[in-house]
Design a protein around this ligand. Sequence first.
Ligand code: BYC
Length: 346
Amino acid sequence: METPDVHGADGLLGEVEEAEADLRSAASRDLEGTASFEAIVAADQKIEPRDVMPEAYRKGLIRQIAQHAHSEIIGMQPEGNWITRAPSLRRKAILLAKVQDEAGHGLYLYAAAETLGVTRDELTEALLNGRQKYSSIFNYPTLTWADMGAIGWLVDGAAIVNQVPLCRCSYGPYARAMIRVCKEESFHQRQGYQSLYVLANGSPAQRAMAQDAVDRWWYPSLAMFGPPDTESTHSAQSMEWKIKRFSNDDLRQRFVDMCVPQAEILGLTLPDPDLRWNEERGHYDFTQPDFEELMRVVKGDGPCNRQRMTHRRRAHSDGAWVREAAQAYAEKARAAKGASREEVMA
Ligand code: BYC
């Protein structure tokens, strides 16, 4: 069967490439070495860890990057849930690779956060004791195999729409991490779309399963972009500092406009009777997600919050011996290196 590539994906990847080229030229920063934080941001160049920065900028970035990193790690659970039940060896291998990629994204992001003066251990602790959050989307259950396709298409799709502008974020290490994440995320979205396309064009039961998955994931995906602009606490400051480049509502609209033609190609219906093209606005009108539900889920009362955190805490304590062994090995290797250096000097 001919499976079309996800419509519109090339545009987003093009933006990532442009952001990467701009990042390279920002690396040869032509501002004076003593340029102020404000001057660097105003010149659209990058703040690096060595630069003086306002404490609120540093703290705000730690909050966002940590939440983002935790999302990648917790995001492994809903999909990991289907690895043993994938319908073929090929699908299993693809899903395994995808879940591993998410772990990698978590690592890039923890490393970016560490450049701001926190340790990975502190960030992990903040997740485990509930002081830091992760994306609302991963508190919904994955009920059927079609959810793997719907997550790839809609959740990874929303993640890319949100993250492509972050490739132009004013903080260098975050922007650089985002370039890699977006390239891989775009591949994830393509595979999700392809998998959903196969189901949508399969037997009546497969088609119904694909539609049901889209019905369940549509509104939680819209909610990923955060509260409406009028209720967003951090947007104004984040945009002034060029961490965020577009508002929550603007990105949500961009996502809807992108998904409508993609759904048509899939032959699936987006579960919104009021979704229609608005000639005057040049955008689709759509029903907003339930923001009260979003806030309930963010505060810990979603369908799977408890399950996700219980699993994460267990995984962390089960992995203690690996961390201890790695530490002991590193210390041994350091001591051996020290000893051989002493021999050379003697
Ligand atoms: N979930 O002032 P606002 C992914 C919180 S998936 C949870 O607008 P901001 C992946 C917000 O933190 C996604 N919390 O905040 C995909 C704030 O609370 P606090 C991860 C949310 O920061 C596939 C409060 O609500 N992506 O990567 O300006 C597989 C008010 O919001 C949510 C990122 O994290 C939510 N959906 O804008 C695996 C991208 N929405 O902190 C992984 C980076 C809002 O004051 N992050 N809140 O207690 C961002 O772009 C921004 O942080 C957001 C929110 C757009 C999410």
